[in-house]
Design a protein around this ligand. Structure first.
Ligand SMILES: Cc1cc2nc3c(=O)[nH]c(=O)nc-3n(C[C@H](O)[C@H](O)[C@H](O)COP(=O)(O)O)c2cc1C
Length: 358
């Protein structure tokens, strides 16, 4: 089974964690666009496993373009990219066929696919599939950048340890390069150190921890998107919910806006020195009526703690029909948000570009 996104550009992601390869196809990208492969490689490296405090499954994540590219230029044919799975250890997962992991997709997938679903590495529910998402999203980020649109995410918090938040009105694009060069991707390096300590603590105790990513889109002109189901916020949320472990998305003041009065929440307008329409505040997160306002688009994404933890947990045994105990083996991320930051940027890029082509 593959899953797809987009009406104007059509992206399909396919494969499983331990299949020969994972991959993506994309239609509707602009023919004649030259891909910057160094930039794409650097982008994919930010998501790749094997970095400090992530899963020790080391994969180089080199994209192989099967079609759609000639001499580094998009040629108008369907773009098809594969990323081979080189470092698989399927035996770590054999017990999970009978004993589904609490918090992972094993049990509902077993029911949906009549027990035929691939268990190893989480099958098609694995975050491995975010590698091809980033391969296509990384190209679209380059296309958007050429139009003056920049997308950058950072780790807003891990287990309640907070980074500085983005300024909601100032584009701050000078900051983006610094954040992208950091791991963890934070605004305040001191917060990043505290997050690392917390992640190391939970990992040492056989546990995991969740976190929040915050994403900012600058340079997007007003009027992109539409009403109702055609909204920019809905498209971004839909793309972001395609990332495993996402449990919530909020734009601007988000849930907190429900506690404000209209006089506090409304973003009042003014003309800037160039005659452009701006708002003094940005509680709406840069989107009104499903359309961009011309201010930065800001949203936050909540990631749950990694489900695969090495502590004993209760589960069912689907072979014996009895309640059972499971200790998950295999190699896992103690905190998925560390590697999810570029994935959020890729998902946002795909959603924004799809809306711009509409
Ligand atoms: C970058 C990233 C890395 C992840 N790494 C792991 C992992 O190592 N082990 C694990 O059990 N889940 C991991 N997950 C989360 C699972 O894939 C996810 O929780 C699972 O597919 C169930 O989907 P749901 O949480 O969206 O309901 C990761 C998610 C992301 C975004």
């Amino acid at each position: 089974m593959s899953f797809q996104f987009g009406n104007n550009i059509r992206i399909r992601i396919f494969g499983q964690s331990h299949s020969e390869a994972v991959g993506a196809t994309a239609e509707g990208l602009p023919a004649g666009f030259g891909i910057d492969f160094d930039d794409l490689g650097a982008f994919l490296a930010r998501r790749a496993p094997g970095q400090a405090l992530t899963t020790p499954r080391v994969e180089k994540d080199e994209p192989v373009f099967v079609s759609g590219v000639t001499d580094g230029v998009l040629n108008g044919e369907t773009l098809k990219v594969l990323i081979y799975n080189r470092n698989t250890r399927s035996k770590d997962y054999s017990e999970l066929r009978a004993k589904p992991r609490p918090g992972h997709a094993d049990y509902p997938a077993h029911v949906k696919f009549s027990g035929g679903n691939e268990i190893a590495g989480g099958g098609q529910f694995s975050a491995r599939l975010t590698a091809p998402l980033c391969a296509v999203g990384g190209i679209i980020l380059q296309i958007l950048r050429q139009k003056g649109i920049e997308i950058c995410a950072h780790i807003e918090s891990v287990g309640g340890i907070g980074d500085v938040r983005f300024d909601p009105v100032d584009p701050q694009t000078g900051l983006f390069g610094q954040i992208k060069g950091r791991f963890p991707a934070v605004i305040d390096p001191a917060a990043g150190e505290k997050m690392k300590t917390r992640i190391e603590e939970v990992r040492a105790s056989g546990d995991s921890v969740g976190g929040v990513a915050e994403c900012k889109i600058t340079g997007l002109p007003a009027g992109v998107g539409g009403a109702g189901f055609g909204g920019l916020d809905g498209a971004i949320a839909s793309a972001v919910f395609g990332i495993p472990a996402v449990k919530g998305v909020e734009f601007g003041a988000g849930f907190a806006s429900s506690r404000l009065c209209g006089s506090e929440n409304n973003d009042e307008y003014y003309f800037d020195e160039n005659g452009g329409v701006k708002t003094y505040t940005n509680n709406c997160g840069g989107i009104l009526g499903g359309m961009s306002v011309g201010m930065p688009v800001i949203f936050r994404v909540s990631f749950k703690p990694t489900p695969s933890i090495s502590r004993e947990q209760r589960t069912v045994n689907l072979e014996t029909g009895k309640n059972d105990i499971l200790t998950v083996r295999g190699r896992h991320d103690p905190c998925v948000v560390l590697r999810a930051v570029p994935v959020v940027e890729a998902a946002a890029a795909i959603a924004v570009y799809d809306m711009m082509r509409g």
